[in-house]
Each structure stands twice: as C-alpha cells, then as structure tokens.
Design a protein around this ligand. Structure first.
Ligand code: GRF
Length: 216
C-alpha cells in the first residue's frame, strides 16, 4: 500500500514538485526558468522520464536536477510502472506532480498516491481536442481560437478540473508547426502560474470545478 503524499513536503520552505516527461521538455524548461526568476516558489526534486533519450533530461541535468528514467517497457504491468513512479516521487518528498509532455496514461496507483495533486498541460482549450495531435485536430476542425489548458489529472483522459486556460487565435495560413509554436508560448506562461495557484492552496473542487475557497 502506497501512502499518499503529505501536504507538508518542503525543502528549505519551498514545496517540492516532481516533473514527468517523455520528450523535448520545453515546459520543464519554463518551470526551471520561472523558479530561477523567483516567479515560482518551488523546488523541482526530480524529473522522471519514461524515455532514456528524452532531450528534457539534458535540460534537467543542466539545471542541476536529479533525473530518473523509468522505461514503461521494462515493467510487467501498467500498475507496476505507476507504482514505481509513485515511489520515486514519494521517496523524494514530492508534493505536486507536474506532467509536461508525459506520453503515458496515469493509472490508479499514481492517482491514489497523489490525490488532486497531479497537473497536466494540454495544447488546446479543453474539453475540445483531447488526446494526441491537439493542434492538428484544431486546424482540421477549422476553429478560429484554440489555446492551452492546465488541469488536475483524473482517470478521465485530459478531463480533470481546469486550473488555468489561455486562448490563442488560429491565423489564416497556420500550419501545425506555426500554431504549435504560438500555443507553446502560452503553455510556458500559464504552467508556472497554475502551479503557483495550486501550491498556494485555498481552493477546492466543487462539482468538478476548480474554485477558490473564498468564492465557493
Ligand atoms: C506540449 O504541447 C504539452 O502541452 C503536451 O505535450 C507537449 C510537450 O512539449 N502535453 P514539451 O516536451 O514540454 O516541449
């Protein structure tokens, strides 16, 4: 039985976060930079990747952050993989888990270890265009506005309570690449901000909505 994360996990007074990646790691870099600029009062205790070649691991190492590779293909089951991630995070006193381009579904062992304490960033205005290739989906659907969403992770794919969103116009002549680049600018802006809001506390989930306690 994995014990859930304690809300008191801090390092030098700074709440500890863990970042899960699978690839490029530009959102990870945005978090590293926001912490360095003093805009996000947190410490990244560990970066975990399910791919050993993920370029984001190099960014973590350059930032002096511990890295762990847990290759999902080497585990006997999805639950075993999830349990290993949960243990690695809990061992390091992580209080909030931030998915940043982590291309695996989060299962029950990890969700139970971090109740309402896993965030994800998605490149669309959810609930529109969940899943992979969100920018391509937006272009193909012909929407005029898309964007980025930070949400709490639940068992529903890209379906948890929304913490923060930013809108991005789709411009005539946009390709997947140009749209992705414009959405990424907003992702890098709102992810540190959403983490700050969640770590600050004073919120609750009411009827699947993320609301500040004062306003609930
Ligand atoms: C981002 O678009 C994020 O929203 C999505 O995966 C992409 C990861 O990019 N979940 P990066 O690895 O952070 O550069």
């Amino acid at each position: 039985m994995i014990q859930p994360a304690m809300a008191s996990s801090t390092a030098g007074g700074r709440p500890q976060i863990g970042v899960l990646i699978s690839g490029r790691g530009s959102n990870l870099q945005a978090l590293i930079d926001a912490i360095a600029r003093g805009e996000l009062r947190a410490r990244i205790a560990v970066v975990i990747s399910n791919r050993s070649g993920a370029p984001g691991l190099v960014r973590a190492e350059a930032g002096g952050i511990e890295t762990v590779v847990l290759d999902h293909r080497t585990f006997s089951s999805r639950d075993a993989f999830d349990r290993a991630i949960a243990m690695a995070l809990l061992d390091r006193g992580v209080r909030l888990v931030c998915l940043a381009g982590f291309m695996r579904l989060v299962g029950t062992p990890l969700l139970d270890a971090f109740p309402n304490a896993i965030l994800n960033i998605h490149p669309s205005l959810l609930p529109a265009f969940p899943g992979v290739d969100a920018q391509r989906q937006a272009l193909e659907h012909g929407v005029q506005v898309t964007g980025a969403t930070v949400h709490l992770v639940t068992s529903e794919l890209d379906g948890g309570p929304i913490v923060l969103q930013a809108a991005v116009p789709v411009l005539p002549g946009d390709t997947v690449d140009t749209l992705e680049a414009r959405v990424l600018v907003e992702e890098h802006r709102i992810y540190p901000e959403a983490i700050r809001i969640v770590l600050e506390g004073g919120w609750t989930i009411a009827a699947r909505r993320f609301v500040s306690v004062a306003a609930s």
